[in-house]
Write a protein that binds this ligand. Structure first.
Ligand code: A3P
Length: 314
């Protein structure tokens, strides 16, 4: 499926133009998180159950608005997985990174031997210093990247920023420079959708085989299929099945049923994502949509060539 050799694409843009190196601080969101935050002082319980806090063996590195929260919440149902819950922002925020790996470990949940600890911080994917930092911690770690049609992702990113009272009020005016007629690649919702620009930093430090690249649209339509891919990737038993989910017509998404046979936090996972997931998107004119799609096309092509798979975004 994968073609690791294609890394010298002929594309009509200078990749370096998009390398800002500076990204705004703690913009990753915690919206939709329905569990309790990790409690680093809760060591007694950890000891009682012969559990320890481990550094993650797998990280969901992005992308923001790709469905990362639903993915992590659904994965948490698996008895072989423990998740850090909230976004830790260890590798992308100097303030946290300087606290060291012991601090990072203390933010992880207690887990039994054999369980896999997973963290997700979508900001990692777009932060150029992060791949090297993660590789320094563990060069053979497994990475999961879930990507979404870049225009849809940009609009969703914008809609969330607006809902949080951040960012511009209007998408089209921010995404298109009406003096030049060009797409504003510095506009964060656009910049973060240039997947190849960010992926290339990761491929300097990790083999493509260490990364599982998933399609957000497939995950929304058929979550169990995506979860099954992850079970294979993590060498876990295949236990996540269609029976654990139901389709909520009002939300337009799959949600978790009450899980039987699970204890503690895992039992509390039933329900749909919070109000920050499945948010209303603004209408974009056909002309602007096409202009932005045309802008994204060469970036998408080189991204697909690199991962050896085509997600058919139009
Ligand atoms: P929208 O709000 O644009 O619909 P993230 O958690 O990475 O911020 O991603 C948010 C996106 O997750 C939502 O974007 C939604 O499309 C997607 N998603 C995927 N599966 C979902 C689910 N089962 N419930 C809610 N949202 C889901």
């Amino acid at each position: 499926m994968r073609n690791t050799g294609v890394l010298q694409p002929q594309v009509p843009f200078r990749i370096r133009d998009y390398d800002r190196g500076r990204f705004d601080g703690r913009l990753g969101d915690h919206h939709g998180y329905r569990g309790s935050y990790g409690n680093p002082t809760d060591v007694t319980k950890a000891n009682v159950r012969n559990e320890t806090r481990k550094l993650p063996q797998c990280i969901i590195i992005g992308v923001r608005k790709g469905g990362t929260r639903a993915l992590l919440d659904f994965l948490e149902v698996h008895p072989g997985i423990k998740s850090a819950g909230r976004e830790i922002h260890f590798f992308d925020t100097d303030e946290n990174y300087n606290l060291g790996l012991d601090w990072y470990r203390s933010m992880m949940p207690p887990s039994s031997p054999g369980q896999i600890t997973i963290e997700k911080t979508p900001k990692y994917f777009v932060s150029p210093r992060v791949p090297e930092r993660i590789a320094k911690m563990n060069g053979s770690i497994k990475l999961i990247l879930i990507v979404r049609d870049p225009l849809e992702r940009s609009i969703s990113d914008f809609a969330q920023l607006k809902k949080s009272g951040k960012g511009p009020r209007e998408f089209e005016g921010a995404a298109i420079n009406y003096t030049t007629g060009n797409v504003t690649s510095k506009f964060r919702p656009i910049l973060y959708s240039l997947y190849y620009v960010h992926l290339r930093h990761w491929l300097k430090h990790f083999k493509l085989e260490q990364m599982l690249v998933l399609n957000s649209e497939n995950f929304v339509k058929n979550p169990t299929n995506t979860l099954s891919q992850i079970e294979t990737f993590l060498n876990l038993k295949h236990v996540l099945t269609r029976e654990q989910f139901y389709f909520n017509e009002t939300k337009g998404f799959y949600c978790l049923k009450e899980q039987t046979g699970l204890r503690g936090k895992k039992r509390k996972q039933a329900g749909c994502m919070g109000s920050f997931k499945g948010i209303e998107h603004p209408n974009i004119s056909a002309v602007v949509s096409e202009k932005i799609r045309t802008f994204f096309r060469p970036f998408n092509e080189v991204f697909f060539k690199t991962i050896g798979e085509d997600f058919h975004w139009h």
